[in-house]
Design a protein around this ligand. Structure first.
Ligand code: ITT
Length: 208
């Protein structure tokens, strides 16, 4: 029997790569916005990761009538009052390279001692289910889960793996930067891995 298709509403190919690895063993087939031929611009004007994940999932679910997942994630640096937070993708301008974004954060952290360099990656994943799409679900339904990965801002950029802020995110427990982790290891310990494993349980609860 053909697996039910659900959409993952992300335009970020690096995220999608991780998501596909983590959701590999699901009973449903996960299709990307690109594969679904969707080019809708989504305005992410929520105040929290959860708000934005819901905005993305709900917008695409309403457009397609399909069960939709979305990820909103980012880096919170305690010394910078949790910046860039929900503005992580837009920090220093959306089209600015991560080389520049990362160097800007390192510069703002010059002379800040280790104990004040704490930071975390946060990932909220939202699920939006259209009314009547699953037996017993009579109203449009939204669920969210959150995963975090604690670490600190390093003193340099390191690693060839991952994407975004991974090269400046140091993991004291592992003695390396997130950008140095092999994809399997990152998925095992990351904010996204944790959130998506929780979401798998939610999906299974709906019989998906
Ligand atoms: P979509 O909204 O289409 O999913 P996006 O890149 O705009 O893609 P977000 O609004 O959630 O996604 O922004 C998240 C940003 O946070 C992302 O662009 C990265 O810069 C950063 N980020 C999130 N997860 C990360 C990770 O695992 N490693 C490094 N940086 C990450």
């Amino acid at each position: 029997m053909k697996k039910r298709e659900i959409i993952f509403a992300t335009a970020n190919q690096d995220k999608l790569h991780e998501i596909r690895m983590i959701l590999d063993d699901l009973g449903v087939s996960v299709i990307s916005l690109k594969e679904a031929g969707i080019t809708t611009e989504i305005v992410e004007d929520g105040e929290t990761f959860e708000d934005n994940a819901i905005i993305k999932a709900r917008t695409i679910m309403r457009e397609t009538g399909k069960i939709t997942l979305a990820d909103d994630s980012g880096l919170e640096v305690d010394f910078l009052n949790k910046e860039p937070g929900v503005y992580s993708a837009r920090y220093c301008g959306r089209d600015t390279s991560y080389r520049i974004k990362n160097r800007n954060i390192l510069e703002r952290m010059t002379d800040v001692p280790d104990e004040k360099r704490s930071a975390r990656f946060v990932c909220a994943v939202a699920l939006a289910i259209p009314a009547g799409c699953i037996p017993g679900i009579l109203k449009e339904t939204v669920r969210t889960v959150r995963g975090t990965m604690e670490g600190r801002i390093g003193y340099e950029e390191k690693g060839e793996h991952g994407f975004g802020y991974d090269p400046i995110f140091y993991l004291p427990e592992y003695g390396c930067y997130s950008g140095e982790l092999l994809p399997e290891k990152k998925n095992e310990i990351s904010h996204r891995g944790k959130a998506l494993r929780l979401m798998k349980e939610v999906l299974e609860g709906y019989g998906l």
